[in-house]
Design a protein. Sequence first.
Length: 140
Amino acid sequence: MQEDIMEKLDKHDLRKTIIRKDVLKIFVQAEGKALSSKDIEQALENPDRITLYRTLRSFEEKGLIHQAVDGSGTSKYALCSEDCTVHEHQDDHAHFHCTKCEQTICLETGPRSPVNVPEGYIVRRSYLVLEGLCRRCANP
């Protein structure tokens, strides 16, 4: 796993600081689940909040993570696909938000944004959120 983390930081031209390695490890271990900054903060040992927010911003700018908008009002982030770069995110996929446990996951194979906008409009971002019960909550 450590090797994978180092490769991801190299690929996205990010310095290998301790906080970046630790935060990236948390994302890798999350296995497709979106995490809030509070989730990440709780997983770290006494993190400096400003450094954590800068790390998340750097990761997003470099195409390593993307925002997973789920309608909860809390900013959440998930690891990007291998195709994402500093110039273009490939995160136009749906997210599933469990209304019971509040967990959000990326649906990489799910629907993409199918909306056609009028001529002259430029879409910068789109969000598709599916809500319901995750497998664990639906089958206790």
